[in-house]
Design a binder for this molecule. Structure first.
Ligand code: TRP
Ligand code: SF4
Length: 368
């Protein structure tokens, strides 16, 4: 059966291996050993796929200039799923990458249909302030709103429109394609390709870390780079793909269902309640769990440990095996997660408050 990735849909991807066969995404596991001090999400297989990452790896190991570009749609509160991308950006920044981040307010306005006031406030206060609090440093950092950037960025959008067809849009995004979606896609192409222009630093090696739902945009953008190779000297961007976090209720993690996600601005009490109610890989009864052991690979709490709360691999493996052999029960395990989470949130939220002013200072806030 063939699958279709929908960047605006609510599908859950259950079988990531299909993406290798169907779309030619390459396995990250085949290059992980060559990466110096890989990020925890890379090491643990959460970042599972890539396109052309070899070229970026060569830049990292030879300490040559490269850039990382990604974007966030400011359509709701920022949660731990978004944090995964930001954590990677922090890692790349330490590897001397130039960081470009689009706040996709044009996309949020056109497709999620929020007001301008809302997308602007969410962009700065939820996203930019949180990024700074998560450790992104205000150097080699370019964060911009899609509606308030350099003229050359808009010029790209206009030029790109010439070498695309409506049938391509329909083939990639379905027949309910709309002007809003078309503008969003062209804008995202400009997001991804603009760091290559001389006025933005001429970064010819650019990697785009995203969730796999964004791959249609990546494929299309790589094609556009080919079509403008002669005219603008554009090269294909590289990309990496990470698994999505499972929603705490077992569905998709989404800002629109508050109990499915823990927001970075949730009060510790609220966050703890969400963990307490979260779907685990535990058995029907304590006796059964002691006998059979739990299933950490199906457990949203274990995912929180693996993706966010426990940095030490040995410590994580210890939880895994104690769960597996029935020594660890879900109640105790959840309490441990709640404690770690509470500490993390308190700390983070203080840092976010401290960075609020800086977030406004470094941002060209659109005037309407
Ligand atoms: N479309 C992305 C999303 O829905 C946001 C985005 C905008 C983006 N521009 C980008 C992602 C450039 C990667 C690169 O989350
Ligand atoms: Fe999940 Fe912990 Fe229960 Fe194992 S013991 S299933 S890791 S909550």
């Amino acid at each position: 059966m063939s699958i279709k990735l929908d960047p605006w849909g609510s599908q859950i991807i259950t079988d990531y291996s299909k993406l290798f066969e169907e779309f030619g995404i390459e396995k990250f596991s085949e290059i992980i050993d060559k990466i110096p001090n890989p990020h925890l999400l890379m090491r643990r297989g959460v970042v599972f796929g890539h396109r052309d990452f070899h070229s970026i790896l060569a830049r990292i190991t030879s300490n040559e200039k490269f850039a990382v570009m990604t974007g966030f749609m400011p359509s709701g509160r920022i949660h731990f799923g978004h944090k995964m991308v930001i954590d990677q950006l922090v890692w790349y920044q330490k590897k001397n990458a130039e960081i470009f981040i689009a706040i996709a307010d044009a996309e949020a306005y056109a497709i999620r249909r929020l007001s301008r006031e809302e997308v602007i406030r969410i962009g700065v206060e939820e996203y930019i302030a949180s990024m700074l609090a998560l450790g992104l440093e205000n150097k080699r950092l370019h964060i911009y709103f899609q509606t308030n950037y350099h003229p050359a960025y808009y010029r790209l959008i206009q030029l790109f429109s010439r070498k695309t067809t409506l049938s391509e849009f329909k083939a990639l995004y379905g027949s309910d394609i709309s002007p809003g979606k078309i503008v969003s896609v062209l804008s995202q192409m400009a997001d991804i390709l603009h760091p290559q222009l001389d006025i933005f630093g001429g970064y010819k090696y650019v990697v785009v870390p995203v969730g796999s739902d964004q791959d249609p945009h990546i494929r299309f953008t790589r094609d556009i780079a080919d079509r403008f190779r002669k005219e603008l000297g554009l090269e294909r961007p590289a990309s990496t793909y990470h698994r999505f976090m499972t929603g705490l209720d077992g569905g998709k993690m989404s800002s629109s269902r508050p109990m499915s996600a823990i927001f970075l601005t949730d009060s510790p009490e609220k966050a703890k309640e969400k963990i307490w109610k979260a779907l685990t890989g535990g058995r029907g009864s304590i006796e059964e769990q002691k006998k059979l052991g739990g299933e950490p690979e199906k457990c949203t709490v274990f995912e929180f440990f693996a993706y966010h709360l426990i940095k030490d691999d040995k410590e994580l493996m210890d939880i895994y095996s104690r769960c597996k052999n029935g020594d660890l029960l879900c109640g105790d395990c959840k309490k441990m997660a709640m404690e770690l989470l509470e500490r993390w949130l308190k700390d983070f939220q203080k840092r976010r408050e401290k960075n609020m002013e800086l977030a406004y200072d470094i941002t060209n806030v659109p005037e309407f």
